[in-house]
Design a protein around this ligand. Structure first.
Ligand code: ADP
Ligand code: MG
Ligand code: MG
Length: 200
């Protein structure tokens, strides 16, 4: 079973990964975006860290994820803020009030979270967005957290030859081909952080 501490470790590892990789995420957002993905997420996850530090020590997993999601929505101006915020809010809502949840519940909740991202953004796998890492990543959770992280990494790499159909990169049309999607890259970081929290 996974308790609130597991989810705190996940979000903490995610914040650390964003801090470490912010420059690379912004570089990936230069040729096919507006060069702010790293700074957007950095601002968001610094605020998430602060929000979690201030959260009640007895807050259950669902409440922590909803708090993190609300924090991303209110602090990140770019497209990724509402999308990642929705991912965490919806996942947290699915987990409800339970103090501990099973890995199966985590998988089902994240699945609902990814569905909510797809509905909000109107994107599908193959459109060269964060969904290209999130969808295969969460599907591979059925096997293990480590497999989920590997599948998300592979999904992010696989966005390079894709033509962007959603978000700013889609304005470039054919010129979006040949660049890895920044949001798919950060999604892979989030699932790697989850695997780290789970101990691999
Ligand atoms: P902005 O594009 O507003 O500057 P960011 O640079 O922070 O926002 O985030 C860009 C990332 O958001 C893209 O790389 C892509 O993965 C993701 N994204 C953009 N639009 C969508 C969408 N409609 N659905 C899913 N993901 C999207
Ligand atoms: Mg951007
Ligand atoms: Mg922007």
């Amino acid at each position: 079973m996974r308790d609130a501490d597991f989810f705190r470790r996940w979000l903490d590892a995610a914040a650390a990964a964003v801090e470490r990789e912010a420059d690379r995420l912004t570089e990936l957002d230069s040729p096919i975006g507006d060069a702010d993905h790293g700074s957007n997420l950095l601002r968001g996850f610094v605020a998430v860290r602060a929000a979690l530090a201030g959260a009640d020590a007895s807050a259950p997993p669902g409440a922590l994820l909803q708090l993190a999601g609300r924090t991303l929505i209110s602090t990140v101006g770019g497209a990724s803020g509402p999308l990642y915020g929705t991912l965490l809010r919806r996942t947290g809502k699915e987990l409800g009030e339970a103090a501990e949840v099973s890995d199966e519940q985590v998988r089902e909740a994240l699945d609902a979270g990814v569905d909510a991202v797809a509905r909000l953004g109107g994107a599908a796998p193959g459109d060269k967005t964060m969904l290209d890492a999130l969808v295969p990543g969460v599907a591979a959770l059925a096997t293990s957290y480590a497999d989920a992280a590997d599948a998300a990494d592979a999904g992010a790499v696989a966005t390079t030859p894709m033509l962007a159909r959603k978000g700013r990169a889609s304005y470039l049309g054919e010129r979006s081909i040949g660049h890895q999607d920044p949001g798919a890259t950060s999604s892979a970081l989030l699932l790697r952080a989850l695997a780290d929290a789970a101990g691999g």
